[in-house]
Design a protein around this ligand. Sequence first.
Ligand code: ADP
Ligand code: MG
Length: 856
Amino acid sequence: MKRSEVDREKISPMMKQYLEIKDNYEDTIIFFRLGDFYEMFFEDAIIASRELELTLTGRNAGLEERVPMCGIPFKAYEGYLDKLIDKGYKVAIVEQMEDPKTTKDMVKREVIQVVTKGTRLDSSIDAKDNNYIASIYSLDYCYILSFSDISTGEIYVLLESDDKEALLRDVLRHNFQEIIVNDATDRTLINTLRTTYHLNVSIYDGTCEDEKYAYIYKNIKDIREIAALKHLLSYLTTTKKGDLSHLKEAKEEDKKEHLLLDNNTKRNLELTETVRLRERANSLLGLLDKAKTAMGSRLIKQNLEAPLTNQKEIERRYDFVDKLRVEFILRDELKNYLNDVYDLERLAGRICYGNLNARDLLQLKNSIKVLPEIKKILTELKYDKDIETYDELFSLLDKSINEDAPLTLKEGSLIKSGYNEELDEVRSLASGSKDFILELEQKEKERTGIKNLKVGFNKVFGYYIEISKGQVKELKEEYGYERKQTLSNCERFVTPLLKEKENIILGAEEKIINLEYQLFMKIREIVKRYISSLQKTATIIAEVDMLCSFSTVADLYNFVRPKLVNDMTVKIIDSRHPVIEQVMSKENKKYVANDIIMDKDTSILLITGPNMAGKSTYMRQFAITVIMAQIGCFVPCKSCEMPIFDKIFTRIGASDDLVSGESTFMVEMKEANFALTEATKRSLILFDELGRGTATYDGMSLAQAILEYIHDKIGAKTLFSTHYHELTALAGSLKHLQNVHVSAVEENGKLTFLHKIKLGSVDKSYGLNVASLAHLPESLIKRAKEILDIYEKDGTKKKEFTQTSLFALDEEEVKEIDKTNEIEEAVKEIDPLNMTPLEALNFLYSLKEKIKKEEK
Ligand code: ADP
Ligand code: MG
């Protein structure tokens, strides 16, 4: 039965309450609290039972048919919730707002929060990564992109033109967990985001006019940006519902302050994860991140995705990294203290929002405990930023919070004794009464002379005095015993004194729990006042941690301080690819270092050399060196002189944009176009075998035209690798272009790669040698050699080749050529992007069969 089909006149009152709530949360699964369970109904129940493998049952709701229902115990709901959120659902949690025991009418229920992927504040989010939610706000002639990590409180805003491609690039660059768009947003854009890039997008309209949050945009001038921020804030406040005043003032993202890397570059260079397995460990981030705090790790990642362009700031970082290398003993001490610093940024969010427990405050205490030590070291190192220490806050937490406090706030044992007089009094009253009762047994035995008299406790009757049947007659009126319960072999009594003490104990326990909770909340209010200061400290700690990490890896992997120059000279001696070098060193192999030299008049290095020689790696290591240098890290080489770059563009390898399903060539041309339109003199362009995706002459002509364009019109520093040897002749006409090549040595037909880059060009491609390394059939390689010989003798025109060769070949060989043509034809026919793996395998198999037949 569907929700829309329900006759709301007939339905039970509770179901009516459910439907009224659900009406406002169409695209959200409702966890509806009923006693000890969260129940889901109707379509929600069907989805949840499928996704969570729960049994679908039904509930009588006054209708003919039962309403579909499934449920989860409220005590163990988190696992289920995480699963749904991971799958991209939103969940609204509906709680009972009154105690069912004390209300006669139906219990009031309300949504207390909506949990969504981009707005989580619990511990399920990755500590070493930001968790961003974005708003795309479409206006008539522009888009505004704003985004926030509410766990750390950061908010950014960015005004975009109405260029959809540019917007898309900025969206992809950031890795958003969730995106909201306003209703005015173009539906095709939404579709692209959803279906092509699998982003979690929902349409939301709303604006936050709450004065409480106006400080967030008070320094933003552009009213369009303010409107966008209000849109984002509206979503955040309506989903979270709690206090979000830990959010920081919004920052306008200024692209000029950063070395711009698009998403392709980030991926191609494996900055934060590897292309194939998407692992962090073998990425550049994995190599550079030796941070001790989650804040430091997040900052390193942020920097890698958006390095700096401000020379002063970069040099400032180098200075401190250098200092830490010299003062390595202090660095080690510092690292030890940093180890004790908890994630202050995210803690600030929890303090505000409310899902804070006593252990968080203990971690806060332990974190601020080491701050004076850290401050001392930083002063000694003449670090230019000053951190606060929080002596008062520390002593407050030290005095108040119990070291082994439980995770929940409603069990007591949160507050230390000695902190609050009233609490101490109630506690001693309770424990005094307990002692009194313990002593009572002995006293009553003496008073009554009944030897086997016992004092006991049970939940229904409370404290009692138990006397066996045989002894009951010994009781006298004057003792004041009052019969409570008769059992088969004994009777139980109370006395006024016992009752009085019992009341004190039970009352005291409840009072203690309430009092402790109130005291905890008061402490939280005090801690709240420190939030913005703690956030500032957290920012500094994160930076110190990052720079410590850079200094550590510089020592570990032999990095050197770059020299930033003002003209466009690049001189990197013995440059290495830091990640591949480490991977190789684990296998006891040595990475071959290479120079990257481009004086100010050289803009293009045209790189030729056989496949597998190391061209792509050489190009990547240049870009990686630039990125490392511009985040303030030292670089993998013997010495480095380089300018500050403004943007990096890459087209590397044949990695199809499988995500968007476009063909290699189309993607290639789009990326080339993007680079050619956006690049400046100060940019770095890496074009790896551009034009490979199309027919030879097309590809070669395009490559040449692109080279000429970069040479004449842009002047960006460009590494261009190619297998079109004809292009090397361009060095004659393009004076800013220089040929380099990667050599290989051939011995007895076997090829050894030296991975050494040298000036000038080579005229041999060794393609066949590589093919034989890949174990293609001998006969095929032999045949290819023959064809190559003919090519090399008779020039490269195919027509001529077929004519001369037909005469020159005997009948056997003609057949072979036909066969080759047949295979070639078959290969031309297919469209790999539209084949299933099975079809591809079958096709390969049929080719092999053809070749086999040929060999017979
Ligand atoms: P190309 O682009 O010329 O086909 P690649 O750059 O893909 O070649 O490199 C081919 C292989 O050679 C890679 O597996 C890489 O690990 C190795 N390699 C590349 N450059 C070096 C080097 N400088 N020292 C050692 N090994 C290298
Ligand atoms: Mg390559």
